[in-house]
Design a protein around this ligand. Structure first.
Ligand SMILES: [Zn+2]
Ligand SMILES: [Zn+2]
Length: 164
């Protein structure tokens, strides 16, 4: 059995079982046979000139553990690509138990980093991604309540209000 999950498609650095890596949002870069795996957003950036995507971003993904990987051998590669971010926020602790939707990354990491870089020249820690995702979830939860209170089944722009 392999010592590592994959190697980075750009720099060939090993991607360990159970660790985070990045994949390209474009489906042709995720196909089982030719899938690309990246150790960092920088390495993901490096494949863009070759692929000439019209619109693409890097998605943070947790590699399967060695045991999960063994089980998933026969499944499509996409099945391995479930994003798992555990929230450390007390308020979400109970909900985070089994529900994937309460843990998923809702932020396009590469776009966020580009924005902060362009605006300020600063780098961005990956650690802000789950925190921002939680904030987006909180905004959405409030918007859902607002739509529900109105008797609607569609969340509208006016339901989204700043967290004060
Ligand atoms: Zn790399
Ligand atoms: Zn790509």
């Amino acid at each position: 059995m392999a010592d590592q999950f994959k190697v980075c498609s750009t720099c060939r650095r090993p991607l360990e079982f159970g660790a985070n890596y990045y994949q390209c949002s474009v489906s042709t870069c995720q196909r089982a046979k030719t899938a690309l795996f990246f150790c960092s957003v920088e390495c993901w950036d490096a494949h863009l000139p070759m692929m000439r995507h019209r619109e693409a971003w890097a998605e943070a993904v947790r590699a399967p553990t060695r045991e999960e990987w063994a089980l998933q051998q026969d499944e499509a590669a996409r099945a391995a690509a479930s994003v798992e971010v555990r929230t450390v926020n007390d308020g979400n602790e109970t909900k985070a138990g089994g529900d994937e939707a309460t843990r998923e990354v809702l932020i396009v990491v590469s776009k966020l980093k580009n924005y902060i870089k362009a605006k300020s020249g600063m780098n961005t820690s990956d650690a802000i991604v789950p925190v921002l995702s939680d904030l987006v979830r909180e905004l959405c939860d409030r918007a859902i309540e607002s739509a529900r209170a109105d008797g609607r089944k569609t969340v509208l722009d006016r339901d989204v209000k700043p967290i004060s």
